[in-house]
Design a protein around this ligand. Structure first.
Ligand code: NAP
Ligand code: G4F
Length: 362
């Protein structure tokens, strides 16, 4: 039985990857952080499974990483842990660098210190944010990097330190340069989930309006469940290499809104420009989307579009498994059900959007 460690197992990708590896017969060890609230919702269904184990640890705490790695002696490590919100990285740049940049180094060094450099394969969760202020469209493995946020600069360190350890110590460590991938488990402050939840709440009369930032921003959005398969394939490849993982299809935030609201039963019409642009419910004429400066970033990445040819040809990965339309449908259908059972007042009581509107939480 192969043994894998997943850092960031409580996150969107970590939870899907844990399911996939369990299905493949792995013994899966997830690293979690202590928290005063229950944040294990995404992995609750796996707890109690004899192939699934949890250990406390933190990417900013080498000792914890060394002790878990020494105890498990894994065949594979998937380093998914990160402060992964780009806008938040402008608020906590130093912490973001510690987790997202130095954290990768800590994992690599822990593997070496445990004497596993020759046997343990390492996957690093890299990102299309590395292309940032893009120098080429679409972006592939040969496109130059131009990181454009504290998060992206930290991920750039992670990418290069993985490459360095591969060359210096002949370690099997690789980066997956993943474009945005979403799901019904996506964090609620990333734009897609913020939209699908709001569309569901507005359709059910539980929210008045949705406030967003740059509606013209373009992304290559895929389904997270498909993307974790590729993480696994990257470590099963004959040689350690880096891969772009994307669908090759691009849409704007505005288009995402239109499709999500349509799935929720509301036809949208956008009028106006820039900060004055508004989304109207065609049937009632009510404004349901407004632009707020709170959700603009000091520097924003506006044109991400990946070329997945290498992953398709060398790993046999299918970038077209779940279309954009299917992805939006999956997310809205999920959120329509979730919102329907929200108790009266529950949304208001823990209403993140309310805080968001006041600019307290991004
Ligand atoms: P996510 O949902 O935000 O999950 C992040 C995970 O990292 C959570 O389990 C979180 O634990 C954990 N974490 C954060 N700080 C940590 C620390 N100091 N020590 C240990 N664990 C820590 O992110 P995701 O969307 O699944 O993304 C997974 C990885 O892929 C991240 O590295 C992200 O940067 C990268 N990525 C994501 C995308 C995307 O579109 N989703 C695209 C490219 C790259 P808590 O639950 O305790 O907070
Ligand atoms: O959903 P987002 O916050 O994702 P972003 O910044 O692309 O980052 C995600 O994908 C990266 C891969 O490219 C990952 F590395 C990273 O960890 C994370 O998972 O924003 C997408 C776009 C941005 O251009 C943003 O400015 O949507 C725009 N946007 C417009 N209004 C908004 C909003 N983003 C958020 N979060 N909230 C808004 O109200």
């Amino acid at each position: 039985m192969k043994k894998a460690i997943i850092t960031g197992v409580t996150g969107q990708d970590g939870s899907y990857l844990a399911e996939l590896l369990i299905e493949k017969g792995y013994d899966v060890h997830g690293i979690i952080r202590r928290s005063s609230v229950d944040y294990r919702e995404r992995i609750a269904h796996l707890e109690g499974n004899p192939q699934f184990h949890l250990h406390y640890g933190d990417l900013i705490d080498s000792t914890s990483l060394i002790s878990v790695i020494a105890m498990v002696r894994p065949d594979e490590i998937y380093n998914l842990a990160a402060q992964s919100h780009v806008q938040v990285s402008f608020d906590v740049p130093e912490y973001t660098a510690d987790v997202v940049a130095t954290g990768v180094l800590r994992v690599l060094e822990a593997v070496r210190m445990c004497g596993l450099a020759d046997t343990c394969k390492i996957y690093q969760a890299s990102t299309s944010e590395l292309y940032g202020k893009v120098e080429e469209v679409p972006q592939s493995e040969t496109t130059p990097f131009h990181p454009y946020s504290p998060y992206a600069v930290a991920k750039q360190y992670g990418f290069w330190i993985v490459k360095e350890y591969r060359e210096a110590y002949n370690m099997f460590c690789c980066s997956g340069i993943l474009f945005n991938h979403e799901s019904e488990r996506r964090g609620e402050t990333f734009v897609t989930r913020k939209i699908t939840l709001a569309a569901a709440r507005i359709a059910q009369g539980k929210q008045e309006k949705l406030y967003l930032g740059n509606l013209s921003s373009l992304r290559d959005w895929g389904y997270a469940k498909d993307y974790v398969e590729c993480m696994w394939l990257i470590l099963q490849n004959d040689k350690p290499e880096d891969f772009v993982i994307a669908t090759g299809v691009q849409h704007s935030v505005r288009e995402f809104c239109q499709l999500a609201f349509h799935e929720a039963g509301i036809e949208l019409e956008f009028k106006g420009e820039g900060m004055d642009e508004k989304g109207y419910d065609k049937a009632t004429g009510k404004v349901v989307i407004e632009v707020s400066p709170d959700f603009y970033r000091p520097t924003d990445v506006v044109n991400l579009w990946g070329d997945p040819t290498k992953a398709k040809t060398e790993l046999g990965w299918n970038p077209a498994k779940t279309s954009f339309e299917e992805l939006v449908k999956i997310m809205v259908q999920h959120d329509m059900k979730k919102v329907a059972v929200e108790r009266a007042g529950e949304y208001v009581a823990c209403n993140l959007e309310e805080y968001l509107e006041k600019g307290v939480v991004k």
